[in-house]
Design a protein around this ligand. Structure first.
Ligand SMILES: *Cc1c(COP(=O)(O)O)cnc(C)c1O
Length: 363
């Protein structure tokens, strides 16, 4: 279940925090962190976002095919042969080298179009982006192409999500390098366009990184950073229904490897969710599901398509009853992630396409 009302409230809370004048870009990469890119994009634009961000050309094309006309940043580096498609879909790639700039300029020229681009500067993430020293030269190269529009300048923080005081210094240092590079672009007589840097961590912890536009992802999907007071509400809730309830005698085992052996006569519910749906197999025997407001432990190994929960010796819970795996009234994907030593991004992204996304209304 995808609670669009919660998503919109999270977005409005971001708006309140950053004030009326800055823009909001909503990352909808990886199918909006598993929430469904088109529906999230529509909700985001309806609630006041101006930009969207995708990772791949196909993700951008999916949004265009759904009739979405807002600017779509292309965060990852595309292949040179994808340039014509980027132009055709009117996407806004982040560029950081001459080869890519020229490939896009040529594709736009051939199509008789103008392609907007943002210059990406690496200030410490070490992933994509030009060095701050190269930035003014590349900015001038973009501005010199008649088929390109120099529409923005960006960087990405490497440690903004860390609440550790000694690691907080880095975003400040990154921001300093970024501001210097942007100043140098301006000093060269060029307009850097929309200047942006902040992801969720930057938004929460470093107001100096808000600049012209923020790009919060995980916060809008409802996961706060530890130690911050933002009222984020988790948007994803994984719900299923019991497909079978059966009695199991003391000493009987369940599931592959027979690792779980019942210490008592009990009732077992079978649930049609497994690691093939994105429920991590490492949660076997290490998670409780919620039924009628009460927690019940998973029993035995999680299978590809199913898992089992122990309802106890006496149970009123019938077959077909609703079960919450995470989110909603149950612990969230963030708590589940913490159990496994990972992050909520990975949990929600991995909920497989075969799990139907049911959208609760926007308000
Ligand atoms: C994914 C991404 C974001 C959003 O990050 P969150 O941690 O989810 O807020 C922002 N900017 C870029 C470039 C990204 O790749």
């Amino acid at each position: 279940m995808i609670h669009l009302d919660r998503f919109c409230r999270n977005l409005r809370a971001v708006r309140e925090r950053i004030g009326p004048d800055r823009r909001i870009c909503v990352p909808v990469k990886a199918d909006a962190y598993g929430h469904g890119a088109v529906r999230i994009a529509q909700a985001a634009l309806g609630a006041g976002a101006s930009h969207l961000a995708a990772a791949t050309v196909s993700e951008g094309a999916e949004l265009r095919a759904a009739g979405i006309g807002a600017p779509i940043l292309l965060l990852s580096q595309a292949l040179p042969e994808e340039a014509p498609e980027i132009v055709r879909h009117g996407l806004t790639p982040l560029v950081s080298d001459r080869g890519y700039i020229e490939a896009l300029a040529a594709a736009a020229l051939a199509a008789g179009a103008r392609c907007p681009v943002h210059l990406k500067i690496d200030t410490g993430m070490g992933r994509l982006g030009c060095s701050p020293d190269e930035a003014p030269g590349l900015a001038a190269h973009i501005a010199a192409q008649s088929s390109l529009v120099y529409a923005g300048t960006a960087t990405h923080p490497a440690a903004s999500d860390s609440a550790l005081p000694d690691e907080r210094a880095l975003p400040g240092e990154q921001l300093g390098r970024f501001r210097e590079a942007v100043d140098a672009i301006r000093a060269a007589g060029l307009d850097p366009g929309i200047v942006h840097a902040a992801n969720s961590g930057g938004l929460l912890l470093h107001p100096g990184s808000w600049l012209d536009m923020v790009r919060p992802g995980i916060l809008l999907y409802g996961y706060n950073l530890s130690g911050t007071d933002f009222p984020a509400e988790p948007v994803m809730e994984l719900v299923t229904r019991i497909t079978l309830v059966k009695k199991v005698k003391r000493g009987e085992s369940l599931s592959y490897g027979r690792t779980w052996v019942s210490g008592r006569d009990t009732c077992i519910a079978t649930l049609p969710v497994g690691y093939g749906d994105g429920l991590p197999r490492l949660l076997s025997g290490n998670w409780q599901v919620l039924i009628r407001g009460r927690p019940y432990p998973l029993a035995g190994r999680i299978c590809m398509d199913q898992c089992m929960a122990d309802l106890g010796p006496e149970t009123e819970i019938p077959r077909w009853e609703e079960v919450t795996i995470f989110g909603g009234p149950a612990p969230s994907a963030a708590e589940l992630a913490a159990r496994l030593g990972t992050i909520p991004y990975e949990i929600t992204c991995n909920i497989n396409k075969r799990v139907p996304r049911v959208y609760m209304p926007e308000i």
